[in-house]
Design a protein around this ligand. Structure first.
Ligand code: LUZ
Ligand code: MOS
Length: 778
């Protein structure tokens, strides 16, 4: 009825948005997101006759498969085929770092949810019905669900690794104070809105094209080729965007894509496999739970002289990325503090849980939680504020990390001092104290959380990327890279880079899908490094094209190329505008037969690491920041709210302030969720109990802090960051660790007998128990 009118209104609103975008770059994907036009795997136009697949998985966490009876399922009308390991033409192996993970179980199952077969049917509904008809007999074997149990039984994925600096044993003897304790941090479900999935279609001559919701298109291509026993060039992987990844699709998008391709291989028909939420929660790995012990030694003036920790990482039933995650725990074990004597060890423990995997922060947060716990414990027992210890130990220029890298362009003190002065820490402390003095049923708590996060894949050879840039003959530009857009806004950043180099409006730039036939042999979009690596490659390619175009212009205008600049779609000779436009220049280049395509390669310089010595310079740079978190705990109910989170964050020179702020706020809330409410629960049989959103609580609009303020730390940035705009994806997640300690401080105020525990998440149940455990009665 009012369709035209409202459409006009919408259009004019969109115009306003578009004008606003030009002023301050926002995530350009928001335009199609809001209109519901963004494409995901489930939106791919499927071929007539496409089959739908559902995974049949283990109903036990550990055991020998005695028999599986598929006959009733196969007899169901509409079931096309049921595929098992016997149908794999290549290798039944998908392990990324260590070849220890079959695609389909053979004679044994190692976790509840382990894939055993793929049911291919005319509809997903039929495939699900068929799944219920499969009968399986399993002879159960003992189940390990924790790192400690695994360690006792010697069930490890790899040999433990240690980083050592100085002589901690000797240093502990010189310490005024020494404290020991243990901590636990639980796993975390990625809960990307778009579940895992892929669509495979047969092309000619045995080629299979896979549309996958993956952070790592090359991993999907390579693993599919290995399982099918075909050459990599037979497998094309295409990604438009993901509805969230958070690390959960760095490695674990692969099996579903491989299964869909396997079915396509056998049936020569398109196959769609998208997990529903229950299947996704049950079958995929999560952030690693860690059981850890620490020993911290301090001098009289609160300097941390020595620190030891042992981290037991619950890796699940296969290696997946666990060894790399474990390594990052060691890299971040001392957070943003300088500790001269360190000995930290990590063991990847093999358990009967789904293989745990990459998750925003990649083991770093788990390491940082332990030293913050050690500091909280030390402060409590010495009788000082944690702030006093944190402040006394912040990293300085030229301090050495336990892994040998010398800290340069350090912003630890700068961000800390900026946060405490901008937000007036004394006033915040006073407010908390006054509130607590005048309220008995509610208590406030405050904590500071500094962060220091290393940027680069810790595995040095992974730090490279390529970009393929075409200028089309009408002057529009198409860019292909390995960057996968997953909501983090990387496509917008790439468009900015090209628009900036060519000095054309952003509308002239298009980021193409991420496709293995255009950009090959890539690293996943991960490690907060996607914009740095792919952006630098894009910058290189655009600059090479610009150089060529300048030569064309200079020849025509009879000047030297050095005198030419491009500005707002016109050619300038020094500061003087000419009549030569961008589009004319492109036509001219075409006539002159100049290549308007460039492929550039970028590999991060300077980085190296020697695993035999556990020393080197693994990170291009570090990202710093400080958060101040304040909470109010309802001491009758054990519930809590976050009054405010006040952050000073080191963006370097942010190239997209809106996008970067979005990353900080999103990561913060995800970190708070991990630390305070998201409780993954497996029973002793290894069955996931928190298998739905009714039993797994993530932050919602009501649980986000009432106020989040973020002030950019004014720094020069870093040359190895794209346009000096530092990586922002993961570091701010770790501000959320402060939430744990803010709540703990409120509990301490209410209950002086509370015995400090470091067992995350700090759920309302735990808060309530802490509030009342051996509390003195009046
Ligand atoms: N993935 C990876 C990562 O393979 N290596 C890393 O160092 C890393 N770091 C953070 C997140 N994902
Ligand atoms: Mo990652 S945790 O896929 O950057």
């Amino acid at each position: 009825m009012h369709k035209n009118k409202s459409n006009n209104e919408l259009e004019s609103q969109l115009d306003a948005v578009s004008i606003a975008l030009k002023k301050s770059i926002k995530n350009l994907d928001s335009y199609t997101h809001v209109r519901g036009e963004s494409l995901y795997v489930d939106d791919v136009n499927i071929r007539q006759g496409t089959f739908h697949a559902v995974v049949f998985d283990s109903p036990k966490a550990h055991g020998k498969i005695k028999s599986v009876d598929y006959s009733k399922a196969e007899a169901l009308e509409g079931v096309e085929r049921i595929l098992t390991y016997k149908d794999i033409p290549g290798k039944n192996q998908i392990g990324g770092i260590i070849p220890d993970e079959p695609l389909f179980a053979e004679d044994e199952v190692h976790f509840w949810g382990m894939p055993i077969a793929l049911i291919v049917a005319e509809t997903e509904f039929i495939a699900r019905k068929a799944r219920d008809l499969i009968e399986i007999e399993i002879e159960e074997l003992p189940v390990i669900t924790t790192g400690k149990q695994a360690k006792e039984k010697g069930s490890l994925i790899t040999k433990p690794r240690s980083f050592v600096l100085g002589d901690p044993e000797k240093a502990f003897k010189d310490c005024e104070y020494v404290f020991e304790g243990e901590t636990f941090s639980n796993g975390q479900e990625h809960l990307y809105i778009e579940a895992q999935g892929a669509y495979a279609e047969p092309l000619e001559n045995g080629t299979i094209k896979i549309t996958s919701s993956t952070q790592g298109p090359t991993a999907v291509q390579r693993t599919t080729a290995q399982v099918l026993g075909v050459a990599m060039h037979k497998i094309e992987v295409d990604v438009t965007r993901l509805g969230g990844g958070f690390g959960g699709k760095e490695d674990q998008a692969t099996p579903w894509a491989v299964m869909a391709a396997l079915a396509t291989y056998h049936l020569n028909q398109s196959v769609k496999l998208i997990l529903n939420r229950h299947d996704d929660l049950r079958m995929t790995g999560k952030r690693h739970p860690y059981e850890s012990t620490y020993k911290i030694g301090l001098s009289k003036d609160l300097k941390i002289l020595a620190y030891e920790a042992e981290f037991l990482q619950n890796a699940g039933a296969a290696a997946d990325l666990s060894p790399a995650v474990a390594e990052r725990t060691l890299f971040h074990a001392t957070n943003s503090y300088y500790v001269p004597n360190v000995n930290v060890t990590v063991a990847s423990c093999k358990t009967n849980l789904p293989p745990n995997t990459a998750f925003r922060g990649f083991g770093g947060p788990q390491g940082m939680f332990v030293i913050e716990s050690a500091i909280a414990k030390a402060a409590h027992d010495i009788g000082v504020t944690p702030r006093a210890i944190q402040e006394a130990n912040l990293l300085d220029e030229n301090d050495v990390f336990s892994y040998g890298q010398i800290a340069k362009k350090v912003e630890a003190k700068n961000s800390w001092e900026s946060a405490t002065s901008i937000y007036n820490i004394e006033a915040i402390e006073r407010e908390v104290e006054e509130f607590n003095n005048s309220n008995s049923a509610f208590k406030k708590g405050m904590a500071l959380m500094p962060i220091c996060f290393g940027i680069s894949f810790t595995n040095t050879p992974m730090n490279h990327a390529r970009a393929l840039v075409h200028i089309y003959l009408d002057g529009s530009v198409g860019i292909s890279t390995a960057a996968v857009e997953m909501g983090q806004g990387v496509n917008t950043k790439m468009m900015q880079i090209a628009a900036d180099v060519f000095s054309v409006p952003i509308e002239k730039i298009k980021i193409e899908t991420t496709n293995t036939t255009r950009v090959a042999n890539t690293s996943p979009s991960a490690a907060s490094s996607t914009a740095d690596l792919n952006g630098k490659a894009t910058l290189k390619a655009c600059n090479a094209l610009l150089k060529r175009l300048k030569t064309v212009a200079a020849t025509y205008l009879k000047v030297t190329p050095e005198q030419i600049t491009l500005k707002d779609e016109f050619v300038y000779i020094k500061a003087k505008k000419t009549q030569l436009e961008w589009t004319q220049l492109i036509s001219m280049a075409m006539l002159e037969r100049v290549a308007l395509t460039e492929n550039a390669h970028y590999a991060t310089p300077e980085i190296h690491f020697d695993k035999t010595k556990e020393k080197g310079h693994p990170f291009a740079y570090h990202v710093y920041g400080t958060a101040i978190i304040t909470t109010t705990v309802d001491c009758t109910r054990g519930t809590y709210e976050f009054d405010s989170v006040k952050i000073v964050h080191d963006y370097g020179k942010s190239m997209s302030k809106g996008i970067d702020l979005g990353q900080v706020e999103g990561a913060l809330v995800q970190g708070i969720g991990w630390m305070t409410m998201e409780e993954i629960a497996y029973n002793d049989d290894g069955k996931l109990l928190s298998n739905a959103l009714s039993t797994y609580k993530i932050p919602d609009i009501f649980s986000v802090p009432k106020i989040v303020e973020t002030v950019p730390l004014e720094t020069k940035g870093h040359e190895l960051a794209i346009l000096k705009s530092k990586a922002v994806g993961e570091p701010p997640l770790m501000y959320g660790i402060g939430a744990y300690f803010a709540i703990q401080n409120a509990i301490k105020t209410f209950n002086p007998n509370y015995d400090l525990k470091f067992h995350a998440p700090m759920t309302p149940e735990k808060v309530l128990m802490g509030l009342y455990e051996s509390r003195p009665t009046k």
